[in-house]
Ligand binder design. Structure first.
Ligand SMILES: CC(C)(COP(=O)(O)OP(=O)(O)OC[C@H]1O[C@@H](n2cnc3c(N)ncnc32)[C@H](O)[C@@H]1OP(=O)(O)O)[C@@H](O)C(=O)NCCC(=O)NCCS
Length: 215
């Protein structure tokens, strides 16, 4: 019997799309990958995959049997576009796979929700739990028993030591280090290179050496 075609649509054709696409292509899990983006000319090829228009093509694509979608716009201070694109695609009926680069080291004892991107050389250790639609970018480390909320982004090279909790819609910048047991509230921003030694409240920006209120 002929093997069913596996097809995926990526929403957003920018830099983050290229990181995700590289992982998808390495995995060789899909026969056909489409990309939507309102700002890129239809027919443009990105790493061999066609841009097929903006999001208005999604209902037709779903009717044609493409069932899986992945949000490939990134987020730093604002997750609202990722959130909007996710809800739009979910309402059409799409489901969201996890995309894990083959170089990542993810414990079998970690829990992953849906729509998560895990980039090159990421480590996710035992007992960690990653919320839906989160991004663990290249080289980040999520140590044992950490909890990362929904729609959060752990940027390149950031380190969450053991038992850290990161709220929903939160950004932890490149090369930031969060020491063990720290709680970071929802919708917070941790600047690139920060060292977080104390808890961070909701919707707060921590920059540089952050001792919080607990030390
Ligand atoms: C935290 C961040 C989002 C703030 O951006 P912003 O709101 O545009 O802030 P500004 O650049 O206007 O900086 C505001 C102030 O914070 C300081 N600041 C900004 N980022 C900082 C950082 N990471 N560490 C320490 N101080 C920082 C600036 O020097 C400036 O100080 P001043 O008011 O004394 O001049 C941004 O600097 C940052 O760290 N982005 C993360 C980039 C990253 O990790 N990318 C990886 C993507 S995978």
């Amino acid at each position: 019997m002929k093997k069913a075609e596996k097809r995926l649509v990526l929403l957003g054709a920018g830099g983050h799309c290229k990181s995700v696409l590289d992982a998808v292509l390495r995995r060789k899990q899909y026969n056909k990958i489409y990309i939507t983006d309102p700002d890129i000319l239809r027919g443009t090829s990105i790493m061999g995959c066609p841009v097929i228009g903006d999001d208005t093509v999604l209902p037709k694509l779903f009717q044609e049997g493409v069932q899986e979608a992945f949000i490939t716009v990134g987020s730093i201070k604002d997750t609202s576009l990722r959130y909007k694109l996710y809800h739009n695609a979910r309402n059409i009926g799409f489901t969201f796979p996890n995309i894990v680069d083959p170089s990542a080291n993810v414990s079998a004892f970690a829990t992953l929700a849906d729509g998560i991107f895990i980039g090159k050389n990421v480590v996710v250790n035992a007992g960690a739990s990653i919320g839906k639609m989160s991004i663990l970018n290249s080289g980040s480390i999520v140590e044992h028993e950490c909890v990362v909320g929904e729609f959060s982004h752990i940027a390149v090279g950031a380190v969450l030591c053991g038992n850290v909790v990161v709220g929903d819609h939160t950004f932890v910048g490149a090369n930031a280090t969060v020491i063990q047991g720290i709680r970071i509230g929802a919708k917070s921003v941790i600047g690139a290179g920060s060292v977080v030694l104390g808890n961070v409240t909701t919707s707060f920006s921590a920059l540089g050496l952050y001792k919080g209120e607990t030390l």
